[in-house]
Design a protein around this ligand. Sequence first.
Ligand code: PMP
Ligand code: GLN
Length: 386
Amino acid sequence: MKKQLFVPRPELSNIGVTIFTVMSKLAAECGAINLSQGFPDFQADPALFDAVHRHMLAGRNQYAPMAGMPELRQAIADKVEALYGTRFDVESEVTVTAGATQAIFTAIAAFVRPGDEVIVFEPVYDSYGPAVEMVGGTVVRSRLRFPDYAPDWEAVRRLVTAKTRMIIVNSPHNPAGSVLSAADLEALAAIVRGTGIVVLSDEVYEHIVFDGGKHESLAGHPELRERTLVVSSFGKTYHITGWKIGYVVGPRDLMAEFRKVHQFNVFTVHTPSQLALAECMQDASRHQGLAAFYQEKRDFFRRQLVGTPFELLPCRGTYFQLARYDAISDLPDRQFAEWMTREVGVAVIPVSAFYGDGRDDRVVRFCFAKKEETLAAAGERLRQRL
Ligand code: PMP
Ligand code: GLN
């Protein structure tokens, strides 16, 4: 037997391949319509590509400043102020990142010390837990109520200890499609008041809130914004998930710590793309129109599922639709998702992947960030084959 070259880190022993990679690969192998991993199958605005090209030809191809191009940081600060009423300082309180994933990892690495506890809400986006464990922290899980996926703040309060270093919230929520209300923010503020807890708020779907609802950004909350890093991602807003550009805003003292890690983690992000995004952001109608754009897709997709045995759960934001499948199968959700991909030809994400203990409510997640023809083709398969 080959002698093992290295001793694996115990923190990595439970980490498998992310469900998004697993399901997208299986979808490709089976020729299934891929409604699993969250990404648009339609083109972004070509004006963005022209702008990147123009900046490349103009020689803007060297390192951007560590915190990001000033033009882009300015546009981010302006947008956040216009939407949430808080002015973040362009020099010291806004940082451009290589997508939200890097922002989240970097924030966790900057604040979480070995032995610290980090409270997350399950079902939980799959990058948070491993990031906490990789830096020696402990993940403490608070379960969102099923099936409305609302936080139980009394339960959260009971989970807070002297070791709690961070609470990570995500609204609009992936995969649940639920959104935090102003009352939720008040409840969170009451829990962290007087503690040293830092809040990390993943708001990558900030512009995708439906039915006239309002996104309650922690950046707009007078108390919470003093202890919160808010993360967003251009991938979701401009249909460019492959560009991997996002940003963080937060108070100066938190951002200074964040940048200590950021500078040695990525240092800086693709310059011409940042310049193109700064131009794109000048037209606020792009992000302002996103909710209506996706609401139409949500409604179209939900209509496609009428006449199938799926029970659709509410979707108040994001581009994900959850559905219960009790009426179709007794299979555990991972097996059901695999069966759907192989036999029905529509790939989905099993929601148990977002629980530490694999809790299975027999729910799967569909991504509706797709062309109408893709959603219609998926609907046809689901109606005919289920
Ligand atoms: N957080 C959530 C809730 C997400 O859904 C995603 C990606 N879909 C990310 C973070 C990561 O964003 P990015 O692709 O910009 O790294
Ligand atoms: N966040 C996307 C989703 O929820 C996928 C991102 C990824 O593949 N890491 O589907």
